[in-house]
Design a protein around this ligand. Sequence first.
Ligand code: ADP
Ligand code: MG
Length: 227
Amino acid sequence: MEIIHLKEVFKTYQVSNFKTSALTDISLKVERGEFIVLAGPSGSGKTTLLNIIGTLDKPDSGKVYLEDEDVTELPLNRLADLRLKKLGFVFQTYNLIDVLTALENVEYVMLLQGIDSKTRREKSLEILRAVGLEALANRKTYQMSGGQRQRVAVARAVVGEPRLILADEPTANLDSKTGESLIELMESFNKSKGITFIISSHDPMVIKKARRLIILRDGKIQEDRYC
Ligand code: ADP
Ligand code: MG
């Protein structure tokens, strides 16, 4: 089954009377279980595309289907529910709740999902173990390094058992070795849990790990190939 289907998606931004075409006629199908790197220079439309796939933003025209459901015109409450159940996000700047501990950050997703506290605790600890942070579970995330925070962000994205994780330049603030192990962590969750990943990056190390590489240029798909 296709997890994502975009059909002729266009997106422009207007700032005062100046228009920028962020995405021009993007059509794309993604199968469940793929591990995709979305590359392209700064300004090529990577973030806009991830936001549209993640239902955080809407196209001006065109259609977005997630698991065969047309999500283009769903009301906001349905979208919030869908994101909580099906999607996980990892951003460039961690987006954690810094006054909470690693464990509390990870548990929070399951709290929103209405999962009981015992299961929340068990699952969160299991995932933190899988990302190598069990010993730091009770540390507040502002007391952690960039690499550790990004591992918490991956743990938080994975713990709700989403079908799809969207990661927007997740290694941008990490040194290359830390960045590489973060991508390897995502690969391991792709393999063990069958989660589909789309990772945007212009880092050659990340691009090397792609099993499918989609290159954007000026809001268009310039290249799309399996590696
Ligand atoms: P990337 O993530 O590849 O750097 P973006 O999706 O952020 O690219 O941006 C694509 C284009 O849309 C760029 O020309 C950018 O300047 C423009 N853009 C992105 N977000 C906005 C916004 N909120 N308002 C106006 N223009 C924007
Ligand atoms: Mg971006």
